[in-house]
Write a protein that binds this ligand. Structure first.
Ligand code: CTP
Length: 399
């Protein structure tokens, strides 16, 4: 299942330059499975046309109360969530004051679904006492405010007021309708990416992990309403919006960050590709080539994070999902890892499979639980797999 399958989203676009990004948001919502109804305010139409949104959503776009007089009640009633992006200072003010003088405000006043607001305006407008009061009022009444970010604005100004990027808004919209997930309110710690073992000030031993699998898991857990701590090594994939993210480099740093996060954790998902070896001695200055000479590097085992946290996890009853990357006897080795590392679930990857593993968009895993139940999953995008894995975690938590 995609995260928005069967969900109806009402996207209200008000008139700001960021409205062009709302077309991308509509596209992302559709890709995630949502059906999207769009309302454009009169001034939004000056920035983007209804045709653009009709093309993307394959549904009629609504612009006036007078097109279909009862549309405002119908649109609000059938939406699972409403998102206003961009939400201009004017729109925020009108929503805060309960105005109902166009289709957007009438519909939102009549809707009883969660509302997500993505403000976009000039910094001085965002920081004005009137806007602060309006935003606080809307927040107190249950609206989720996403952003705004800091960056380039219209008129070549730079500051706070830039509408959040579509992935960030998408995540907030997902989280706003995540009621009912067994993960809601739980604290999930996710590790991701590679670790590096330095050998001198400029070189390190690393691996090809991009972080994408772990980031997909952290994003999906956050979208389901969990409080998420992401501990990541230097992966090159884009960090997910939402989770509290801690950047680390070495296995030792990752161990320290995980130990700290575990004091409040309910679930640990160990998706990081932690280096197994590190240099016994890290040279203080750059190792020079000696003419024709070979270099002997003495390596020692890096800390095994799952083994080192076994006691603390058992004591706190932390549910743990680990990964195993195998080339031979994948299942048998995975089974042993699950026992040795004290896991409740293990996702076993075959490192020789081109559709799974490091730095590819897809993954295929065999999922094994403590009782020995095995589920062979098909090749899935890492995002889809993340949702399937969390479905299993939720299944176990609910029993
Ligand atoms: N792991 C860990 N600390 C390490 C190495 C791995 O916590 N130093 C975790 C990984 O994040 C993963 C699980 O242990 O969830 C299995 O990782 P994998 O690399 O498959 O196993 P290893 O323990 O490294 O064993 P081997 O290399 O012998 O297969």
């Amino acid at each position: 299942m995609r995260p928005f399958d069967g969900r109806r989203v009402l996207l209200v676009v008000s008139g700001g330059i960021a409205a062009y990004k709302s077309a991308i948001l509509a596209r992302r919502l559709i890709e995630a499975g949502a059906s999207v109804d769009v309302i454009l305010t009169e001034s939004a139409e000056r920035f983007v046309g209804a045709v653009t949104f009709e093309g993307i959503t394959a549904r009629p776009v609504h612009t006036s109360v007078w097109d279909r007089p009862m549309a405002h009640l119908e649109l609000g009633k059938r939406a699972d969530v409403a998102v206003v992006a961009p939400a201009t200072a004017e729109t925020l003010a009108r929503l805060a004051w309960g105005r109902a003088d166009d289709l957007a405000t009438t519909t939102l006043l009549a809707a009883d679904c969660p509302v997500v607001l993505a403000p976009a305006m000039n910094t001085r407008m965002w920081e004005h006492a009137a806007t602060i009061r309006n935003v606080q009022f809307l927040q107190r009444n249950g609206a989720t405010i996403v952003g705004p970010g800091v960056g380039p604005l219209a008129e070549r100004e730079v500051g706070a007021g830039r509408m959040s990027e579509p992935p960030e808004i998408l995540a907030a919209v997902g989280r706003a309708i995540a009621s009912g997930s067994a993960l809601a309110g739980r604290h999930v710690v996710v590790t991701a990416g590679p670790t590096r073992a330095p050998i001198d000030p400029v070189r390190f031993i690393g691996n090809r992990s991009s972080g994408r699998m772990g980031y997909a898991l952290a994003a999906a857990a956050w979208r389901r309403g969990a409080e998420v701590t992401l501990v990541t090594g230097p992966g090159h994939a884009v960090r997910p919006p939402g989770p509290a993210t801690f950047e680390v480099e070495t296995a030792g740093e990752m161990l320290a960050a995980v130990e700290k996060a575990l004091t409040a954790a309910d679930i640990l998902i160990m998706a990081a590709a932690v280096s197994d070896f590190e240099a016994v001695e890290i040279a203080g200055s750059k190792i020079k080539k000696t003419t024709g000479g070979e270099l002997d590097l003495k390596l020692a085992p890096a800390p095994d994070i799952l083994s080192r946290t076994l006691g603390a996890r058992r004591e706190r009853g932390v549910f743990t999902l680990g990964f195993a990357l195998e080339t031979d006897d994948a299942l048998e080795n995975g089974r042993r890892k699950l026992e040795r590392k004290g896991l409740q679930l293990i996702a076993i990857n075959d490192a020789t499979d081109p559709q799974s593993g490091f730095d590819v968009a897809t993954n295929r895993v065999s999922l094994l639980d403590e009782a020995g139940n095995l589920e062979e999953m098909p090749v899935l995008s890492k995002e889809e797999l993340a949702d399937r894995l969390l479905d299993r975690v939720e299944g176990v938590l609910e029993t």
